[in-house]
Design a protein around this ligand. Structure first.
Ligand SMILES: Cc1cc2nc3c(=O)[nH]c(=O)nc-3n(C[C@H](O)[C@H](O)[C@H](O)COP(=O)(O)OP(=O)(O)OC[C@H]3O[C@@H](n4cnc5c(N)ncnc54)[C@H](O)[C@@H]3O)c2cc1C
Length: 413
């Protein structure tokens, strides 16, 4: 069957759903084609595993000044509170013992200096890696590198300092008690969304765009591609004509990083009073974990891992990742928590064929690529998503803002 429309949006994550809302508001015919059985993409909220909404991807709301979802949450009457984000000064277990207060002081002073160096990185000269810019002889560097590599999903030796400096920091984040994925689902306009509809091939010219879903052909005046840059750079979608060299190069400059979360629910409050709400354990660059306890007030501990460690764990059964988390909890709490485990949810974002990673981080010298992806293909195909945001990349509101940008560009055409 052939479906005729004005704008075909590929992907129903934050960017695609924001584009759809913008198109609807402008009265423009559109369809949203989503490969998965559900909407949300990297903000999908699992409703069943723990008995409360659990976001498997994005769940912190950043940037109060420019975040469409903060206003949306307030309008929907959701509980977003004010959550201090104690990551920067959370305590660490080094090997098997808590760091001393003087070690903590030294480590935080080192981190502050490193962050200041990164924020102040002069962009007039050639780009460098994050590792080069924050390089010191300090013994605390590997600990900080594990933290930054976890957040970015890639080793900091491979990440652009200029690009990192473009994204303002800040740690006063908010958490949606009802689930970020549920917030986005309730905010979205799903009338024209077709789930279980992967786009397999796309052809375009100055006249329009044809998208093949294997079942239907969608014929549109323009298309907005919001699949991750990992998916766009892979052969998941067959491009009927060669991509411009600049587009191909831009995609290559934005490889996906991997960040995964290991969530364990216990049959009661195993944490006790002494257990901090957040802490880290660093054994070596290949063995570390950053932990949140009592997630949204529940008996759930959440472990964060990134880059090589996250990739290695994806190939292992869940038990291996759960052990990494429980080893850290045992040390923090002082007793074995394994017999109290009720449910487990481990993500594998790299293996997810519709994402192929957590989010994109620019290679050194590659921060130009985000803007380059704004250039339409033959004035008909627009690319949008977290990776095309210049300052809010790897964030949900950045993806939504990009969806809105692309929708306006498509409407103009
Ligand atoms: C572990 C993790 C933690 C995160 N934490 C935070 C956080 O706390 N706060 C925050 O702001 N951000 C966070 N993020 C990032 C945030 O989730 C993403 O930046 C944002 O959700 C990306 O939205 P998007 O629309 O660009 O892409 P996506 O959400 O990936 O949407 C793209 C959609 O396209 C679909 N698709 C792909 N290929 C095709 C195809 N061929 N045909 C049809 N459909 C296709 C996909 O299934 C997907 O639904 C996190 C991400 C991860 C993975």
């Amino acid at each position: 069957m052939t479906i005729e429309t004005d704008v075909a949006v590929v992907g129903a994550g934050a960017a695609g759903l924001a584009a759809a809302r913008e198109l609807k508001a402008a009265g423009v015919n559109h369809v949203v084609l989503e490969a998965k059985p559900e909407i949300g993409g990297r903000t999908f909220c699992d409703q069943t595993t723990f008995g409360f909404p659990y976001d498997i991807g994005g769940f912190w709301l950043y940037d109060d000044n420019d975040n469409v979802f903060i206003e949306a949450a307030r309008e929907l009457g959701l509980d977003i509170g004010d959550t201090a984000f104690p990551w920067p000064d959370m305590p660490m277990i080094l090997g098997d013992v808590w760091e001393t207060s003087s070690q903590l002081e030294e480590r935080l002073a080192h981190n502050e200096a490193a962050m200041a160096a990164l924020a102040g990185f002069a962009r007039s000269g050639p780009d460098r890696t994050v590792a080069e810019v924050i390089q010191t002889d300090s013994p605390w560097l590997p600990v900080l590198a594990s933290w930054m590599g976890m957040l970015k999903g890639r080793r900091i030796e491979t990440v652009s300092a200029a690009d990192s400096a473009n994204r303002p920091g800040g740690f006063a984040f908010r958490q949606v008690r009802e689930g970020m994925g549920n917030l986005i689902r309730d905010w979205a306009d799903t009338e024209n969304v077709h789930v279980n509809t992967p786009v397999r091939a796309i052809d375009w010219s100055a006249k329009g765009v044809a998208l093949d879903t294997g079942r239907d052909t969608v014929s549109a005046k323009t298309a907005i591609l919001t699949a991750s840059v990992g998916v766009l750079a892979s052969d998941t979608i067959h491009y009927a004509r060669p991509l411009l060299a600049r587009v191909r190069e831009a995609l290559d400059c934005l490889p996906m990083g991997t960040v995964n979360r290991i969530a364990v629910q216990f049959d009661g409050d195993v944490f006790g009073e002494a257990c901090p709400p957040m802490f880290g354990r660093f054994v070596s660059p290949d063995r570390y974990i950053y932990v949140m306890t009592r997630l949204v007030g529940e008996n759930v501990a959440l472990g964060y891992v990134g880059n090589d460690l996250a990739l290695a764990l994806e190939d292992q059964p869940d038990d291996v990742a759960v052990d990494l988390l429980c080893d850290a909890l045992d040390l923090a709490i002082g007793h074995d928590v394994r017999s109290r485990i009720k449910a487990v949810l481990c993500t594998r974002w790299h293996a997810d064929p519709w994402t192929l990673g957590a989010y994109a981080e620019a290679l050194p010298g590659g921060s130009w690529a985000r803007k380059a992806l704004h250039e339409p293909w033959d004035n008909r195909v627009f690319v949008a998503g977290e990776a095309t945001s210049l300052t809010q990349f790897s964030q949900v509101q950045g993806a939504a803002n990009e969806g809105i940008r692309a929708a306006r560009a498509a409407i103009a055409v």
